[in-house]
Design a protein. Structure first.
Length: 306
């Protein structure tokens, strides 16, 4: 009886033949164990993640389309999942960009442009045919309650004050903060472009979304590499040869980015070069337009949140 009881899942009482219950998925090891055992399992999970990440980054950077094809072939366990990979690389990329901006501006004095222009003539837009003003000509939207209109005008006042002080550091930080959200929103639109371009391939939308996630993860990895190369170049101002080497690597990476996306389309969707190049141009142009609109919209929202 004791042996039979041990082979039943404690959560759903289903028969268990392995480490996990096949019915509810609960792990059969007790969560109440010695601290040493829990620490060992935690370190094992971290080391496995590191190994899996290293196993993922190499083909992501050097083998266009490889990870997407592996995912479609049901060989997924050995690599980091596309969504987790994109979020991880996105966090690293924009953290490094933010730090590089902070280092460039000294982390202390904001970037300001001195000028003799009359600051009273600086306006951030018109409303009702006249320059906006928080007191004399505020924004009033009929479909918003008074609290909403007051919040908009308060944010516009802060933005106007930042522009008048010409504190470009704050504006730059707002733009950087808006970019990750814009790219995240653009992911399904990029997948939709792939779906439309390869409509007759009869692939599911989720397949195109996996390709989009891997492409964006590669873009985040490339941005990270470019940021690191730029920092390394600035650290070695006295070594002309090293600066030339980092500049050459950066130029090669800039050429590799569009070539990578072209090879992804060729290897994943398996069409001839003329059709692939034509679709690459259409998708690339459409995506750049969407990206510009998305970043601009998120930038406006970010500026209003100053």
């Amino acid at each position: 009886m004791q042996h039979a009881r041990q082979r039943l899942c404690g959560n759903c009482l289903s028969a268990v033949t392995g480490l996990y219950c096949a019915h509810c998925g609960q792990k059969q090891k007790s969560a109440v164990r010695h601290v040493g055992q829990l620490t060992g399992e935690f370190l094992n999970d971290v080391l496995n993640l590191d190994a899996k990440l290293l196993r993922t980054l190499k083909p992501l950077l050097f083998k266009p389309g490889f990870l997407s094809l592996e995912y479609f072939a049901e060989r997924r366990a050995r690599y980091v999942s596309p969504l987790k990979l994109y979020f991880l690389l996105s966090l690293v990329a924009f953290f490094l960009i933010q730090r590089s901006v902070d280092v460039a501006t000294g982390d202390q004095a904001p970037i300001r442009v001195e000028g003799r222009a009359d600051e009273s003539n600086i306006t951030i837009g018109n409303f009702n045919g006249r320059p906006w003003h928080a007191k004399t000509n505020p924004v009033r939207l009929s479909w918003l309650p008074d609290a909403g209109n007051d919040l908009i005008n308060e944010r516009l006042s802060r933005l106007e004050d930042t522009v008048k002080r010409r504190d470009w550091t704050q504006l730059l930080h707002a733009g950087l903060a808006a970019t990750p959200q814009a790219l995240l929103v653009l992911l399904p639109f990029f997948a939709l472009l792939l779906k439309l371009a390869y409509w007759f391939k009869h692939r599911l939308f989720m397949e195109h979304l996996i390709v989009a996630l891997h492409n964006h993860a590669f873009l985040m990895l490339a941005i990270t590499a470019l940021t690191v190369l730029s920092a390394m170049s600035s650290w070695t101002t006295g070594l002309a040869g090293w600066r030339a080497a980092t500049g050459l690597l950066g130029a090669v990476l800039m050429v590799w980015i569009p070539l990578y996306f072209l090879l992804v389309l060729k290897r994943v969707y398996r069409q001839g070069w003329p059709a692939t190049c034509w679709k690459f141009g259409v998708i690339g142009f459409s995506y750049l337009l969407l990206a510009a609109f998305g970043v601009a919209l998120n930038l406006v929202i970010g500026l209003l949140m100053l």
